[in-house]
Design a protein around this ligand. Structure first.
Ligand code: GLN
Length: 314
C-alpha cells in the first residue's frame, strides 16, 4: 500500500505538459470543417481529485468540441433514466473493435447496437432520452445532465454544429440503418440531430476532468458536492469506457496507460481512475483512429510515472 501525494501528481503533470508541448505529430480532424481550422498548438491538461482540488496546465480553459466524449455523458443520462439492465438490453456494453463511425457496429450483434460509446449506439442512446418524442425537452435533459456532471454548463459551438450537420452523411445512414433493425427508439432524424448537437458542445479540459472525477467518485461530483447519479452506475459506465473508449485502439490504450478513458475527434480525452481522479487532456492533432496524440502521450506519461494502474487496484 503506497499513497501518491497531490504534490507528486502536480509535479508529474507539469513534466508531461513540458515534455509534449512542442510535439507536432498527428493531424486535426478534417472531415468536419470547423475542427480542421482549430489551432493545432493548443494543449491543456486538467486533473480533478476526489477532494475537489483541480490541477491545471496550459489551455485547460479553452472551449473545444466535446465530440465523442459526450457519448459517455448521455450514456449516463440513459442509465439514470432507465437503469443498468435496460441499457444493456436496448443498446449493450460490448467492444466493437471497429472505428467510431462504423455502420458494422449495428450489424455485429443481432439484438442491439453493442455500446452507447460508438456512433451507432450513441444515436440509439439519444433516441432513448426521455421524454421520448419531445426534442426540446430531450435536449434540456441532455444539457442539464452535462451541467451536473461537469459542474458548470457547456456551451454549444454553433459553428461546429452547423459544420457537422452539413457533412454528417455517414451518421445519417447509421440512424436509418438503426431504424431498419428496430434499434432506434424515437424519430431517427431527431435522434441524429440531438447526437450532432451534443457532439458540438464546447467544453474545457477542466470541465471534462470534473466529469471524469464524478464518475471516479461514485457519482458524487467533488466540485459541486452533488450526488449526480446512483453509485451503482459508476462501475457500469467505467466498464463501458474501458471496453471501447479508444475504438479499435482500446486494448492498446488500456495496455499502455492503465486507465479507462474516452476520446473525441475535437482532441479531448477524459480518463477515469476510480477513487482517485478524473483526468482530461486536450490537443487537436489526432492519430489514425481519431484519438488526440498529445493527450494520449500526456496521460500515459502521468499514469506510468505515478505507477498508477486500474489493474493494480491503485
Ligand atoms: N461527432 C463526431 C462524429 O459523429 C464524433 C466522432 C468522434 O469524436 N470520434 O463523427
Amino acid at each position: 500500500e503506497r499513497t501518491i501525494t497531490t504534490q507528486q501528481i502536480k509535479d508529474v503533470a507539469q513534466e508531461a505538459y513540458h515534455l509534449y508541448k512542442d510535439n507536432t505529430d498527428g493531424k486535426n480532424a478534417d472531415y468536419i470543417p470547423y475542427l480542421a481550422n482549430i489551432d493545432p498548438k493548443l494543449f491543456g491538461i486538467s486533473i480533478c481529485l476526489m477532494s475537489g482540488e483541480i490541477i491545471q496546465l496550459g489551455d485547460s480553459q479553452y472551449r473545444f468540441g466535446i465530440e465523442s466524449v459526450s457519448k459517455v455523458l448521455t450514456a449516463i443520462l440513459v442509465l439514470r433514466q432507465y437503469g443498468a439492465p435496460k441499457v444493456l438490453e436496448m443498446i449493450g456494453a460490448d467492444a466493437t473493435g471497429l472505428p467510431f463511425n462504423s455502420i458494422m457496429a449495428i450489424l455485429l450483434e443481432n439484438d442491439h447496437p453493442s455500446t452507447p460509446l460508438v456512433n451507432a449506439g450513441a444515436i440509439s442512446a439519444n433516441s432513448m432520452v426521455q421524454p421520448v418524442g419531445n426534442s426540446d425537452a430531450k435536449w434540456k435533459a441532455i444539457v442539464d445532465n452535462m451541467t451536473e456532471l461537469c459542474g458548470s454548463t457547456p456551451q454549444l459551438i454553433d459553428e461546429l454544429y452547423q459544420s457537422e450537420s452539413a457533412t454528417n452523411f455517414n451518421n445519417r445512414s447509421i440512424a436509418w440503418l438503426l431504424k431498419n433493425y428496430n434499434r432506434i427508439y424515437d424519430d431517427p432524424d431527431m435522434s441524429l440531430d440531438l447526437y450532432t448537437r451534443q457532439c458540438s458542445m464546447g467544453i474545457t479540459a477542466e470541465q471534462l476532468s470534473i466529469c471524469g472525477a464524478t464518475i471516479a467518485n461514485e457519482g458524487l461530483n467533488p466540485n459541486t458536492g452533488k450526488q449526480v447519479f446512483d453509485k451503482s452506475l459508476s462501475p457500469k459506465i467505467t466498464s463501458m469506457i474501458a471496453t471501447v473508449g479508444f475504438y479499435q485502439h482500446t486494448g492498446d490504450w488500456l495496455y499502455t496507460s492503465g486507465i479507462p478513458a474516452k476520446t473525441g475527434v475535437g482532441g479531448g480525452v477524459m480518463g477515469v481512475m476510480p477513487g482517485v481522479m478524473g483526468i482530461a487532456a486536450f490537443a487537436p492533432p489526432l492519430d489514425d483512429a481519431g484519438n488526440s496524440v498529445k493527450a494520449q502521450l500526456a496521460i500515459q506519461y502521468i499514469m506510468n510515472k505515478l505507477g498508477m494502474n486500474v489493474f493494480n487496484g491503485h
